[in-house]
Every structure is written in C-alpha cells, then in structure tokens.
Design a protein around this ligand. Structure first.
Ligand code: CP
Ligand code: NVA
Length: 299
C-alpha cells in the first residue's frame, strides 16, 4: 500500500522516532563525507503553490545527495495553473516519478492529490499543517536534550499550521504543549481536542512559558494572510518571544522558529540571534530529516 505523509498522524510514534534516529545517522554520514545512495535514480516532483527557501532546497539537495533527482514545478508554468484538475495531474505525475511533494493552500488539495496518486505524497505545508518542519524540530530537540516525552513545550503566537503540527507531535511523542495565543487566533478545536489533556491554551505567554523545555513561535501572518498583517500586529502585541519570556522557561530551554522570522514581531533579535541558538541547526535538520522521510517512504 502506498504510504503518504500528509500529516504527522500518517506515521506511528515508533516510525516518528525511527525517522528521527535515521536523520541523525544521515547527518553524521554526511559530516564524515560518506556517500549514501539509497534513492539512486528515484525522482521527486515538487509542486509549490507558495514560496519556499528551506523546503525547496532541502528536498532538492536531499534527493541529489541520496542519488536521485528532484524537479521543481510551479503552477505558473504547468497546466495546474491553467485549471487541469488535481486528480488528473496526480494520475499523470505518479506514473512518471517516484514521489511527489506539494506545498499549497487548502489541505484538501493534498488529500485529493494523494487519493489519485500511485506514489507517496508528502505535504510540504498547507494552511492546516506543516509536518516536515516537525520532523526537523523534533530531531533538533532530541539531539540537544534527549527524548521529548514528558517534557513541556510552549507555543507562542498564532494557532496556525505550525501550531497544529506541534499539537499532533505532542500527541505522537507524548509531550505537554502550552499554547499561548490571543483570543480569535486559537488552533482548530478538533485538532486540539484530539490531543487530550496534554495540550492546553494558556492566554498569558509568561504563564505559558513557565518551566518550558522548548519555546516555539512562528510569523503572525502566514503565507496567504498578507493583507491581515496590520490587524495581526495589533492582535499579537504582547506575544513576542523576548529574553524576559525565555527567562520564565527552564534555564536550559531551547528556542525554535521554522523561519522565515520577523525580528521585532514574533521574536526579539536578542533571542533569535543569541549565541547558542539552535534555529540554524533546526533549519539544517530539514535536510537530514526529510532524507530520512524519503528513504522511509521509498525504500
Ligand atoms: N520553514 C519553512 O518551511 O521554510 P520555507 O518556507 O523557506 O520552505
Ligand atoms: N506559518 C507559516 C510557516 C512558514 C514556513 C506560513 O504558513 O507561512
């Protein structure tokens, strides 16, 4: 049966941990200069309906490093942009390539694509979730602090796609998640409820950060919400990750951000640019974690 990776719930907690472990292995092998060609001659098609730096480069570099290839497809110059149905595109592409990655708006689009694809489909971000980012974030936490089970994570900001993936990760890896979001910007109530008591909304970011092992934030206005920027700046005032907020967390607390970041909005420069910040390694781990994911889906 074709496995897809549309949300973190498409893999089991054991598989999640296996991917993190393999990601670490692939990282070490690359650092040693070893060539690992487990995906020789495999082809990944990447459909981007939204901008990307990290996702595009990590998937493309990752496929090349594993002996395969990746192709970038933009709706601007494919028939998708001229209205060819997603289902037909899925049927055709999946007869030619070994895997498809999609970044789009409506989550339903990746579901429709996957339903008509013969090959694994990877969600490279939708308005609903961003599961690939969580593979890298969890790899980064495990590397620096060990297993995240039973630890406390604080989400500060919008109840958006990244927040939803943190909720799903809390479910899968069994950590506590305090969500500090302003009223009106809550995560999806169903996604939240499914995670049970380990995830809770705590409006006050200082209170939510108390004793946290990891503090995470993301932009106030996601891709597609650009026209809400001004209104969101007002709503999210007080939801900036500052040094003062980090001081509420555990002494050893890590700070993460999927990037791109807006210094002076969701995060203060002193936090993201602090010596020892793991955000750049978090970004690098997109490469290793997705290589492990590709191996998992394709071999
Ligand atoms: N974090 C992330 O997905 O970055 P890009 O938008 O640059 O791919
Ligand atoms: N929430 C952000 C994440 C970017 C990687 C967005 O959807 O734009």
């Amino acid at each position: 049966m074709t496995r897809h990776f549309l949300t973190l719930l498409d893999i089991s907690p054991g598989e999640f941990r296996d991917i993190i472990r393999r990601a670490g292995e692939l990282k070490r092998l690359r650092q040693q200069g070893s060539i690992v060609e487990t995906l020789k001659h495999k082809v990944l098609a990447m459909i981007f309906e939204k901008s990307s730096t990290r996702t595009r480069v990590s998937f493309e570099a990752g496929m090349t490093q594993l002996g395969g290839a990746a192709m970038f497809l933009s709706p601007r110059d494919t028939q998708l942009g001229r209205g060819e149905p997603i289902e037909d595109t899925a049927r055709v592409l999946s007869r030619m390539v070994d895997c498809v990655m999609i970044r789009t708006f409506d989550h339903e689009n990746v579901e429709r694509f996957a339903a008509h694809s013969q090959v694994p489909v990877i969600n490279g971000l939708t308005d609903l979730v961003h599961p690939c980012q969580l593979l890298a974030d969890m790899q980064t936490f495990f590397e620096h602090r060990g297993d995240i089970q039973g630890r406390t994570v604080t989400w500060v900001g919008d109840g958006n796609n990244m927040c939803h993936s943190y909720i799903n990760a809390a479910r899968q890896l069994d950590f506590k998640l305090n969500i500090a979001c302003p009223e009106g910007y809550d995560p999806d109530p169903q996604i939240l409820a499914a995670a049970g008591e380990r995830c809770a909304i705590i409006r006050d970011p200082m209170e939510a950060a108390a004793g946290a092992d990891l503090v995470v934030t993301d932009v106030w206005a996601s891709m597609g919400q650009e026209e809400e920027q001004k209104q969101r700046e007002q709503a999210f005032a007080g939801y900036q990750v500052t040094a003062q907020l980090m001081a509420q967390a555990d002494e050893q607390a890590l700070f993460m951000h999927c990037l791109p970041a807006h210094r002076g909005e969701e995060v203060a420069a002193e936090v993201i640019d602090a010596p020892g910040a793991v955000v750049w390694e978090e970004a690098e781990n997109r490469l290793h974690a997705q290589k492990a994911l590709l191996e998992f889906l394709l071999t």
